[in-house]
Design a binder for this molecule. Structure first.
Ligand code: UGA
Length: 371
């Protein structure tokens, strides 16, 4: 009996995971398979899916979603649940190729949503914490005097405004595309045409996130990879615009636990938007650089290996014209707590350390291969 039929005989689902080969997708696929679901992954690459590929309940379609040879309607109609993770999610790309970011992150995602509407399928749509844009204080100068006032940056799914920079700061095309997609799904939901759940990840990190900038020519990973490369090679950790902007880092296992609950509780998650983030794990980028360097010195720096330095650079010099930034973003997770009984468990120290362990292991393995 084919795996997809077997999946239908109990509570397990046939899940179409679009973008399964990425960082979040690969971890989510592993979890869904462990829970007994049958997963069809679609992505342009499957190198992060080696374990899944050995599982008979997993099948992989290596294709670009925009490639006319991929039959989106057939894939959606064969699934019980569609998970859409397809996105460019690295700020360097928003600055370098804004129109392409809009094409993939809005137009292609829209086609997926429309296919779900056509076939009456439940959709879990990945969005981003970036849709909130800047905090109120960050947008209005010093509108709130007390920097500890939680209204500065605690974002609530159904209450917080979305404050983005001007059009000439084209970094915001990504957040604008995601925000518009969310609004279209909401509109379909109002008409009863689509069963959707939207998730807004808050800086997930963990094994398999990105790659070192030197591993891929012209690649533009997120900050963790830049800092890791500086640590591993004794280079310079560059703080963009001073590094006083902050992020809230969420360990991938916590995030996947929340996502698995969304999959398992369709009624609770129907027409909801969920922040997924570890709200206690806020740190400035400068603080992150210092924490990573301290951990690296204590646990990983080899005798005689040069120590990374920490320096500053402007956003314009680092990313190019059109860059702008979120100053601070902390998730309100009351909804995930109440509707999903979810609580993140990993501290900031654990989250950073576990992710660093992965990078160091991979780098030393690669060094061994090249030696
Ligand atoms: C990115 C994506 O745009 C979001 O959609 C996504 O949700 C988010 O990552 C995520 O991982 O959840 P961002 O946090 O701005 O957003 O991306 P990073 O590249 O990790 O940058 C974080 C901060 O570090 C930014 O302020 C950036 O300017 C700074 N940075 C980056 C440095 O100071 N030095 C570097 O070498 C690189």
């Amino acid at each position: 009996m084919p795996a997809s039929e077997a999946a239908h005989m109990d509570n397990s689902l046939r899940i179409l995971s679009l973008g399964a080969g990425g960082f979040i997708g690969s971890h989510l696929t592993a979890r869904l398979l462990r829970e007994g679901h049958a997963v069809t992954g679609v992505d342009t690459h499957s190198d992060k899916l080696t374990e899944a590929l050995a599982n008979p309940r997993f099948s992989m379609i290596e294709a670009d979603i925009g490639d006319g040879r991929f039959d989106l309607d057939a894939a959606v109609s064969a699934a019980d649940l569609v998970i859409d993770l397809i996105a460019y999610a690295n700020p360097g790309l928003y600055v370098r190729m804004p129109r392409e970011v809009f094409r993939l992150n809005f137009l292609e995602n829209m086609r997926i949503a429309e296919a779900c509407v056509r076939h009456g399928k439940r959709l879990i749509q990945f969005s981003s914490c970036e849709v909130y844009g800047k905090s109120i204080a960050g947008a209005a100068g010093d509108a709130l005097k007390d920097p500890d006032d939680p209204r500065h940056a605690t974002f609530q799914e159904d209450a917080s405004p979305m404050i983005m920079g001007p059009v000439c700061k084209h970094r915001w095309i990504y957040a604008s595309a995601k925000a518009l997609l969310e609004r279209v799904l909401h509109a379909y939901g109002l008409e009863g045409l689509l069963d959707y759940t939207i998730v807004r990840p808050f800086n997930f990190i963990g094994p398999r996130i990105d790659y070192l900038p030197s591993e891929r020519d012209g690649s533009l990973p997120r900050v963790f990879s830049y800092f890791m490369e500086a640590l591993l090679k004794g280079g310079r950790m560059q703080l963009v615009d001073g590094g006083l902007q902050s992020r809230t880092y969420t360990y991938i296992d916590d995030a996947i636990d929340c996502l698995a609950r969304i999959v398992a509780r369709p009624a609770a998650a129907r027409h909801q938007i969920f922040n997924i983030g570890a709200r206690g794990n806020e740190i400035t980028i400068r603080g992150l650089a210092e924490l990573m360097r301290t951990i690296y010195d204590a646990r990983f720096r080899l005798p005689g290996q040069p120590r990374a330095t920490i320096g500053e650079i402007s956003g314009r010099d680092f990313y190019g014209e059109g860059y702008d930034d979120s100053d601070r973003r902390i998730p309100d997770i009351a909804k995930a707590r109440t509707l999903l009984d979810w609580e993140p468990r990993f501290s900031l120290q654990q989250t950073v350390e576990l992710t660093m362990e992965y990078y160091v292991r991979e780098a030393r393995r690669a060094d061994g291969r090249h030696a």
